[in-house]
Design a protein around this ligand. Structure first.
Ligand code: PMP
Length: 453
């Protein structure tokens, strides 16, 4: 085992034994060994404010999660071919948070698996295979999930776009084709689905469905204009397809105002996909759908996942939902999100390199721009790394990696929000005189963490 203080040895072990295309965050990576609520601690016990991680939804090292896991592991942990009240209890609690037409749960082990399953359900129900999805989307790391993730299949060395997938422009009303000054922008973005549907039909693939992150995250923390999704869903359904909402990033109260992102849009999906926060770090994904779609799928071979819906997973998922309610975390996300966004808007008006501030609750993006308004990729890398020097963990996102991503656990408090805002002000004040980040032979920025530079 490595000495806990020897970060260099851990870094070397990783270079020796891990794949090179697993990136590491920050020029000076952090080693984190303890956590508590929205705080993390490194090998020297130094604290970091976690303003990035959405997986520890109810906070790191939550005592109720630890207690329920210890209790269940001390009893038994088995699969869904045996009866256990924890499985139906979890399903019922989750369904109580969702619209009435969603009645059936499938438990799996990750967001990827839930999206992979969503593809199978869409095909089983419609009998065809074509999919429409917004550009720059991400739905997971398996062959099937990559096929519907433009963020991956279009990268150099990626598998490319499948013939049965049609991309539509993401509904980004800051940088996209239709901007915020256009009151018709939701409809205009939705209309882009028409030629995509026509193309799938012409190629003989038909329309199995539409899949989108309700608020695109890797696409750049985008809040589509209200009414976008219902308009898209109407077109997809008219073409015989089903509508899948990937709520991995947006679900379970993060948005403050809404428990799920589709509520903001006034849309009713046929399938909702949940991941990351639902297990608070324990691997758990859930697909929720209608009885009709589940019945179509049930006409095929048995669906079974060894670990999906294990007794332990169901007890943890159930506990996460209770903690969100018991601790008023959705409300906290709304209050702290408002405090953050108000502070960020003041920063936006003080710094020319802040082009846009957007978000809802604790799902926020700060788009950094160069003096000509183009994507401020270098600035973003610099700011992210300097925030890390201030021991505040935030991320970056977007097709050109120029959008700061702020997405803390829902436990964050007012003084933490103010700390983020003050540190960001200090760092942005440095931006004027910084040199561009160095680039290696492969064109990677130093902070890419590829190990080649
Ligand atoms: N969908 C979205 C929107 C995601 O952000 C992610 C993970 N970043 C996934 C799916 C895949 O989830 P997992 O990594 O748990 O398989």
């Amino acid at each position: 085992f490595y000495r806990p203080t020897d970060k260099g040895a851990v870094l070397q072990g990783r270079r020796d034994h891990f794949g090179g295309n697993l990136s590491l965050t920050y020029d000076d990576p952090v080693m984190l060994v303890r956590g508590w609520r929205h705080h993390l601690f490194d090998e020297w016990g130094r604290p970091y404010l976690d303003a990035y991680n959405n997986v520890p939804h109810v906070g790191h090292a939550h005592p109720r999660i630890r207690a329920v896991a210890a209790d269940q592991l001390g009893r038994m942990n088995s699969n869904t071919r045996y009866l256990h009240p924890a499985q139906t209890a979890f399903a019922e609690k989750l369904l109580s948070k969702l619209p009435d037409h969603l009645q059936v749960c499938f438990f799996v082990n990750s967001g990827t698996e839930a999206n992979e399953l969503a593809l199978r359900l869409a095909r089983a129900h419609t009998g065809v295979r074509g999919m429409v999805t917004p550009d720059h989307g991400y739905h997971g790391n398996t062959t099937g999930a990559i096929d519907i993730s433009a963020y991956k299949f279009n990268k150099p060395g990626g598998p490319g776009q499948p013939d049965w997938v049609e991309l539509v422009e993401v509904a980004d009303d800051y940088r996209g084709s239709f901007r915020r000054d256009d009151p018709e922008r939701a409809r205009k973005f939705a209309d882009l689905v028409d030629p995509a549907i026509a193309a799938l039909e012409e190629k003989g693939h038909g329309v199995a469905g539409f899949i989108a992150e309700t608020f695109p995250s890797v696409g750049g923390q985008i809040i589509p204009p209200k009414g976008y999704l219902p308009a898209v869903y109407e077109k997809i359904r008219a073409a015989g397809g089903i509508c899948i909402a990937d709520e991995v990033q947006t679900g379970l109260g993060r948005l403050g105002e809404y428990y799920f992102g589709f509520e903001h849009q006034g849309a009713l999906p046929d399938i909702v996909v949940l991941g990351k926060p639902i297990g608070n770090g324990h691997p758990l994904g859930v697909l929720v759908t209608t009885r009709e779609i589940a019945d179509s799928f049930a006409r095929g071979p048995e669906f079974f996942s060894t670990f999906g819906g294990s007794t332990l997973s169901c007890r943890i998922g159930d506990e996460v939902l209770d903690i969100v309610d018991d601790e008023g975390l959705q409300d906290n996300a709304r209050l702290m999100g408002n405090r953050l966004i108000e502070g960020l808007r003041r920063i936006e008006s003080d710094f020319a390199c802040v082009g846009d501030v957007r978000g809802m609750g604790l799902f926020l993006g700060v788009e950094l721009v160069n003096s000509d308004g183009s994507e401020g990729t270098e600035i973003c890398g610099y700011v992210k790394n300097r925030m890390r020097d201030h021991r505040i963990l935030i991320g970056s996102e977007g097709p050109r990696d120029n959008i700061l991503k702020i997405r803390p656990p829902l436990t964050i408090e007012a003084e933490d929000v103010d700390m983020i805002l003050w540190a960001l002000r200090d760092v942005l004040a440095e931006v004027g005189d910084k040199a561009p980040a160095p680039v290696c032979d492969h064109g990677h920025h130093h902070h890419h963490g590829c190990g080649c530079c």
